[in-house]
Design a protein around this ligand. Structure first.
Ligand SMILES: Nc1ncnc2c1ncn2[C@@H]1O[C@H](COP(=O)(O)OP(=O)(O)OC[C@H]2O[C@@H]([n+]3cccc(C(=O)O)c3)[C@H](O)[C@@H]2O)[C@@H](O)[C@H]1O
Ligand SMILES: Nc1ncnc2c1ncn2[C@@H]1O[C@H](COP(=O)(O)OP(=O)(O)OP(=O)(O)O)[C@@H](O)[C@H]1O
Ligand SMILES: [Mg+2]
Length: 249
């Protein structure tokens, strides 16, 4: 584990050097993935790293966990509360849709949730411009393969150090990095609505996705879910498409 952590820290330092930026920042949610990334960037750039706490109608316990992560790893931090910003923006959009009688009630929960993730992304880039830092993402191999992230939201980042780590690997790394036990052991959640957990929403578990990614046998039902998610979200892992027949280069 020490070797893996040292390699990831060295890789982050190399990215700072190659890109000529001053440091790195990450959104700290109170979940395990961002706890690990906060520790990694703090090790990579102790004086030039930042953890950003961005509550947006969030569960208060997540905020407490986020603060614990920050205190335990000693990273500099800033809190930007996006609750009011989200309220104004989402209600303005809903009002226009309602006035035009175009509102689709079935899509509102997802639209609300993804707007939270995209407001966080915009906040991180505003801070990155200020400090001349890069935005570091927290997606692990399971989330990346299944596309379980918001396009241009939590997926809108400059670096993804954990993209080749399974959720199990992230958990082992968190223990090694001394992330508080209550964070290591809680149910993964995007926290985008009350009671949301990743595994209930996906209909499969991280343990099974990890097995699938390692080429191990898993139940047919889970295989179908994982392959369907992967196929449906291919666009999130690619550049935006343009018409092929107008290519000039
Ligand atoms: N074939 C295609 N080619 C190009 N673009 C395509 C497309 N199909 C949809 N799109 C576009 O993509 C959009 C759908 O993608 P997107 O906006 O991402 O939305 P979507 O994938 O529907 O939702 C995001 C999912 O990620 C989960 N999430 C989000 C954030 C954090 C976490 C977490 O684990 O913490 C999890 C969230 O709970 C939800 O299940 C469509 O509205 C459309 O604009
Ligand atoms: N309230 C928040 N404040 C700051 N960043 C956030 C917040 N909510 C989400 N994020 C960012 O979005 C990322 C994606 O969330 P995700 O839930 O996948 O990761 P996590 O919370 O770190 O771990 P877990 O998947 O175990 O819940 C987070 O890692 C974090 O960088
Ligand atoms: Mg989370």
């Amino acid at each position: 584990m020490q070797e893996k952590v040292d390699n990831l820290v060295a890789w982050l330092q190399q990215q700072i050097e190659e890109t000529g930026v001053k440091g790195l920042l990450v959104g700290v949610s109170g979940g395990i993935d961002s706890a690990v990334v906060a520790n990694l960037i703090q090790r990579a750039a102790p004086e030039n790293s930042l953890g950003v706490i961005m509550p947006c109608k969030s569960n208060p316990q997540d905020m407490e966990h986020a603060k614990k992560v920050i205190d335990r790893c000693g990273i500099n931090s800033i809190t930007v509360d996006l609750t009011e910003t989200h309220d104004v923006m989402f209600s303005t959009i809903q009002k226009q849709l309602t006035d035009q009688k175009h509102i689709n009630p079935d899509q509102q929960q997802l639209a609300d949730a993804n707007l939270r993730a995209r407001l966080r992304m915009s906040t991180l880039y505003a801070l990155a411009a200020n400090y001349q830092y890069l935005v570091v993402g927290t997606d692990n191999a399971a989330e990346w393969y299944t596309g379980y992230f918001t396009k241009f939201g939590d997926g809108g980042v400059d670096l993804v150090p954990l993209v080749h780590q399974s959720k199990g690997d992230v958990k082992e790394m968190a223990k090694y990095l001394d992330v508080p036990g209550e964070i290591v052991n809680k149910q993964p959640s995007a926290g985008l609505w009350e009671g949301q957990t990743d595994e209930t929403e996906m209909g499969t578990s991280y343990a099974i996705i990890d097995q699938f990614l390692k080429g191990e046998e898993i139940p047919q039902k889970d295989k179908e879910i994982i392959e369907r998610m992967h196929k449906r979200t291919a666009h999130k892992r690619e550049m935006a498409k343009g018409p092929e027949n107008f290519k000039i280069l």
